[in-house]
Write a protein that binds this ligand. Structure first.
Ligand SMILES: [Zn+2]
Length: 146
């Protein structure tokens, strides 16, 4: 994996090392950047990942993660993690820092990557959301917010 970032994120580098140790990521180009979203956009981050067709051509899978540089925390994340009898089961958590936001969105996007590369099964938003919460909690066990 090639990681490009203009942010100082040693704890996130540790998280990636830990979470990716059992996966193949040779074909992945990951970029993590801060972006100034305009005032109307309350969002914590944006992301834009490569698609299946680029993988089929054996090109790198590009994952672009943008984190909102003007965001104030905490912020609640609430997302469906499962469908049960046609209804979503939600999980929610508070995000206290930019790095926690990154842990969540990276967990989400890496789930899609694992599925695209057939290292996991079930390429659904719900499963990606659940993976985001797992990465966030794993990150938090090691890096408590101050
Ligand atoms: Zn997704």
């Amino acid at each position: 994996m090639i990681l490009k970032t203009n942010l100082h994120i040693p704890d996130i580098r540790d998280l990636l090392f830990e979470q990716l140790k059992n996966y193949k990521t040779d074909d992945l180009h990951l970029s993590i950047k801060a972006k100034h979203f305009n005032k109307h956009e309350r969002k914590v981050y944006g992301s834009n990942t490569g698609d299946v067709s680029t993988l089929r051509k054996n090109k790198p899978y590009n994952m672009h993660i943008l984190v909102n540089s003007g965001k104030e925390y905490p912020e609640t994340e609430k997302w469906g993690i499962q469908l049960y009898k046609n209804k979503y089961v939600f999980d929610a958590d508070r995000i206290y820092t930019r790095d926690e936001a990154l842990a969540w969105i990276l967990g989400h996007e890496f789930w899609h990557y694992f599925c695209f590369t057939k290292q996991e099964r079930g390429n659904f938003e719900t499963k990606a959301n659940a993976c985001g919460f797992r990465w966030l909690r794993n990150f938090r066990m090691k890096h408590e917010p101050i």
